[in-house]
Design a protein around this ligand. Structure first.
Ligand code: URA
Length: 221
């Protein structure tokens, strides 16, 4: 088990394996404390030849129950936005910055309420994301929301300021990850929470169009 001061998944990540091997190993991850309350690890999934990787924050309640990323309301909205820009989700790889659901429980104890992962938890989980990206070697990484964007670009990154722009991948030699570009946009849940959902949705679609234009042959027929 990792030290409580600086949790990390690093010792749980196997070397020399494929995505299925990573997913199997991640099921036993205790790299930070989030595994204790969550039902299971929700690892990334999608095409092993994906040119685009989408990174969300963490699994939600439904993802925690089903063990798959972006299968709840936010996932349905994401699928619609991808379809609107001509991208078939099955050609991409979808994952999260944090692989366990973090939540608080409502007063009656019946509802599990999303809680934002903190910087230590995001950093602790980064070795899994690094391992996924190293195997996939994508052309572009799309960060959905601030948690994913700050995991990639650092804590001073602001999605509101820099969204929808293809940015050079901020390479760190020690993590072994290379991707030509990364792009940040809002999280699909932010669209669901927005007062003006239509305009928030158009913003998400217009950001994703930038990626669709760069990967024209990934577009669905
Ligand atoms: N929100 C996320 O960030 N990821 C999911 O998988 C589901 C909801």
């Amino acid at each position: 088990m990792a030290s409580p001061e600086r949790p990390t998944a690093a010792s749980f990540v196997p070397e020399g394996t494929d995505l299925a091997g990573l997913a199997a190993a991640a099921a036993a991850c205790q790299g930070c404390g989030l595994y204790e309350a969550a039902s299971r690890t929700v690892f990334g999934e999608g095409s092993s030849t994906a040119r685009m990787v989408l990174v969300g924050e963490q699994p939600g309640d439904m993802e925690d129950q089903r063990g798959r990323p972006f299968v709840g309301p936010a996932g349905r909205l994401l699928d619609r936005a991808l379809a609107d820009v001509g991208i078939d989700r099955s050609t991409a790889y979808v994952t999260n910055a944090v692989k366990h659901f973090k939540f608080t429980t409502s007063a009656g104890g019946k509802r599990r309420i999303h809680a934002k992962p903190d910087a230590l938890e995001v950093t602790a989980c980064r070795p899994w994301l690094n391992a996924e990206l190293a195997l996939l070697d994508p052309e572009v990484v799309v960060c959905l929301g601030a948690t994913a964007a700050q995991s990639i670009f650092g804590s001073s990154f602001r999605v509101t300021r820099s969204r929808g722009v293809l940015l050079p991948w901020p390479a760190h030699e020690e993590d072994g990850v290379q991707a030509p570009y990364a792009l940040a946009t809002i999280h699909p849940s932010a669209v669901l929470r927005a007062e003006d959902r239509e305009s928030a949705y158009s913003g998400l679609v217009s950001d994703l169009r930038v990626v669709a234009a760069m990967l024209p042959d990934a577009a669905a027929d």
